[in-house]
Design a protein around this ligand. Structure first.
Ligand SMILES: *Cc1c(COP(=O)(O)O)cnc(C)c1O
Length: 387
């Protein structure tokens, strides 16, 4: 069959002239990395989310890595996370020599199920990494209760959920977690090209994160172990990394942040339209929004109880860029080599067989939304006729 001349990506950034000018003005300035824009971006995101501290880094993955290190994850520790996420949510545990433990998901939100989390806790459990899947917050209060009972750290992988709310508080406020992590990859809510951030309300974690971002180097006089050297002096107190983000990326991020509320509003509008139109098609299961949540709709995932591959391929042929978020992390060859087996999280595995992500991003046009809805209706109805 001929491919359609139309092409709709599943996600796309929105960069306007103002964004471009902001980045350019930094490129013409004295500091293109680690200048004033980094702190300004951190302060603005912290302020927006309602957290005390923020540390901007080179990617969401880097942010997860230093968050796990700051949380003290080390060899012998178990960390509980969800199988339905991008691989980085579990890789960060391995990077700290910890052991990822996968807890199954809730059938409606596809978020980690707090009851399953509690079942997986052992003497070795050190932390929980919930992921606000698709922009829908996890039941964070329940997760926090479990963490408090067992003295565990909570690191929220909020890479899908900038702008979302949980029981009226903004995701990233860290009201229910020790740290929250964001990504500024182009498919996320706002972008810096590559980039990420860790938010926290704890000063001790903040200081640790700042140090880890820059090789483990400490410069502040008060924190030096040896205070007798000159003003050139700095100490490497820990083994850190170069996870710095540049000033021009942060200028872009600041400019993007000004549009975030508009972006979220548009994402919620599109999700609303999808919901209205697609709920008329039998055989499709649509994403939910719980009463405790206000989703920021990073992605829109429908599930089909049969013929997923057929529907997926037909949509692709129409130039609609569909996706599957995600294959359970532990089913990737690398994780299988570590000994993880099929059957570990049955709900996640079943979801994976049925899920299709359809396009959703603020720059989408009305006619593109209509095109997707019309084609999806046609495809599903044709399949019904054929059966
Ligand atoms: C995007 C994403 C990451 C990684 O972020 P990068 O900035 O691409 O490194 C981690 N976790 C989740 C859930 C993500 O969606």
């Amino acid at each position: 069959m001929k491919r359609s001349s139309r092409y709709i990506p599943y996600g796309r950034q929105w960069i306007d002239q103002k964004d471009i000018s902001s980045a350019i003005s930094v490129l013409k300035s004295d500091f293109i990395t680690q200048g004033p824009k980094v702190k300004e971006f951190e302060d603005k995101i912290a302020d927006y989310c309602g957290a005390k501290y923020a540390v901007a880094v080179s990617s969401g993955t880097a942010a997860l890595h230093i968050a796990c290190l700051a949380a003290g994850i080390k060899k012998g520790d178990e960390v509980i996370t969800t199988p339905i996420s991008f691989v980085a949510s579990a890789n960060c545990i391995l990077h700290c020599s910890g052991e990822p433990i996968f807890a199954d998901v809730q059938e409606d939100t596809i978020n980690i199920n707090p009851t399953e989390v509690e079942k997986k806790i052992t003497k070795r459990t050190a932390a929980i990494i919930p992921v606000d899947f698709a922009g829908h917050p996890c039941d964070l209060r329940e997760i926090q209760k479990i963490a408090k009972r067992h003295n565990l750290m909570v690191i929220e992988d909020a890479c899908h959920a900038l702008g979302a709310k949980y029981r009226g508080t903004r995701i990233g406020s860290c009201d229910f977690s020790d740290m929250a992590v964001f990504s500024f990859h182009p498919v996320k809510h706002i972008t810096t090209g590559e980039g990420g951030m860790v938010l926290t309300n704890r000063k001790d974690l903040y200081k640790e994160l700042i140090t880890l971002r820059n090789h483990g180097i400490v410069r502040s006089r008060t924190d030096l172990l040896n205070k007798n050297e000159g003003s050139w002096y700095y100490e490497m107190q820990d083994l850190g990394f170069n996870y710095r983000i540049t000033d021009f990326q942060c200028a872009l991020g600041i400019s993007q942040l000004e549009k975030l509320e508009r972006f979220i509003k548009r994402r919620r509008q599109i999700a609303g339209k999808y919901h209205k139109e697609l709920s008329k098609i039998s055989g499709l299961i649509l994403p939910v929004e719980k009463d405790y949540a206000k989703s920021s709709w990073h992605i829109y995932v429908i599930t089909v109880n049969r013929k997923r591959e057929k529907i997926y391929n037909e949509l692709s042929k129409k130039g609609i860029s569909v996706n599957v978020h995600y294959r359970p992390i532990y089913l990737h060859p690398f994780y299988k080599r570590l000994g993880y087996k099929e059957g570990l999280c049955p709900k996640a595995e079943r979801y994976y067989k049925e899920a299709i992500t359809i396009p959703l991003y603020p720059a989408m046009h009305e006619d593109e939304i209509n095109y997707i809805v019309t084609n999806l209706k046609k495809i599903v109805n044709n399949l019904k006729r054929l059966q």
